[in-house]
Design a protein around this ligand. Structure first.
Ligand SMILES: [Zn+2]
Length: 365
């Protein structure tokens, strides 16, 4: 299924993000804990992931029950909102700044080759930590998506909750990456798997993995996974993490989660200025519940000539399909393509990492 290539004039019908919010609000008015409330909440969440605008389904004369999580009862509500042109009031902070998939697909379809310019996905997880598929299954899906390379970035040892890899598992994965690259080459695929890591970064900006080990990896993502609900300004924490010489990419920078966690705040101008100066890439994590950085912060980042990475943070091959959410955010925010490390060819990306690390070493001297 594809998104409609011609956007409707604004205001003519609610988009899927509107419908999601209208459903979330309607759910709040149902009896607490009731079946109907649960159904509305599920549909609210599902609406953000529909490939096609519900209004297009109506316009095509198709039943709304063809959309995920929509039964006849909810189809009535949605049909009425579409017919009346009802749009949603602004979403509360926990739900705001999230793009609907149908909108992302439409933006990417109009995005002048952006989609094919993105050659790789640089954050994903496998059975070696908390992923649900093998490295090979992830790589095969990346091949189908037309990528020329990818990075596997399972969690580091410090993140117990996500089954972070110990030294033995990491070494086994290095062998797995080598063998898979050999297998794919033997099959005639010019496709490369980079061996990376999502390293847990503590609130002081320190990593949990031996720098010598990190130096042997193709790419290192640094990410916060603790103290993500602090309301105080976290600028210093970001600056410290960006100065960590082993971090190539700062992953899901804010740590927000749809409808659950707002994520951290900072004086973002200072953070982006430091990232630009230090040459560390900031990630757009396209996982639907993350979308982190979001469009609003990316607009600000665009003014600082930062490097950006766009990744899905996939834990299963189907999650790799979230990439359009990240690409659409880059397009809307006006991030230039040449600042996105995923548009680099494999060898150029390897060089980018080597150059960044050499600069970090020079600074440390
Ligand atoms: Zn993470």
């Amino acid at each position: 299924m594809r998104a409609s290539p011609d956007p409707r004039p604004p205001g003519s019908a609610p988009g899927n993000a509107d419908l999601s919010e209208l459903l979330a609000r309607a759910a709040d008015e149902q009896e607490e804990g009731s079946q109907r409330q649960r159904a509305m909440r599920r549909a609210s969440r599902a609406a953000l992931g529909w490939d096609v605008p519900a209004a297009d389904v109506v316009a095509a004369g198709l039943p709304l029950t063809t959309l995920a999580r929509v039964g006849p009862w909810l189809a009535q509500f949605i049909g009425d909102w579409v017919a009346a042109g009802t749009t949603a009031p602004p979403a509360p902070p926990l739900r705001s700044g999230f793009m609907a998939r149908a909108d992302a697909l439409r933006i990417v379809a109009g995005g002048q080759g952006w989609s094919s310019a993105v050659r790789c996905d640089l954050q994903m997880h496998t059975l070696s930590s908390d992923g649900h598929a093998s490295l090979e299954a992830m790589a095969r899906r990346c091949l189908e998506l037309g990528y020329s390379h990818m990075a596997v970035t399972d969690h580091s040892e410090g993140l117990r909750i996500a089954h972070g890899m110990d030294a033995t598992t990491r070494a086994a994965q290095a062998t797995e990456v080598r063998d898979l690259n050999a297998l794919l080459a033997a099959e005639g695929h010019p496709f490369r798997v980079l061996h990376g890591l999502e390293m847990n970064v503590d609130p002081e900006g320190g990593g949990d993995t031996d720098p010598d080990v990190l130096a042997g990896l193709d790419i290192v993502l640094g990410a916060f996974h603790s103290k993500l609900r602090l309301p105080e300004d976290q600028t210093d924490r970001y600056i410290r993490a960006l100065h960590n010489p082993t971090v190539d990419v700062l992953a899901h920078p804010r740590g927000r989660m749809y409808d659950r966690r707002l994520g951290l705040t900072a004086r973002w101008d200072e953070v982006f200025e430091a990232a630009a100066e230090l040459g560390v890439a900031l990630e757009v994590d396209a996982y639907p519940d993350r979308q982190d950085l979001d469009v609003e912060l990316l607009r600000l980042a665009a003014r600082h000539e930062v490097w950006v990475a766009v990744d899905t943070d996939a834990h299963h091959p189907v999650d790799l399909d979230a990439m359009p959410l990240g690409i659409a955010a880059l397009i809307v925010a006006g991030i230039p393509r040449e600042r996105v490390i995923n548009t680099l060819a494999h060898d150029a990306l390897v060089e980018w990492v080597a150059a960044r690390r050499a600069r970090a070493r020079a600074r440390a001297r």
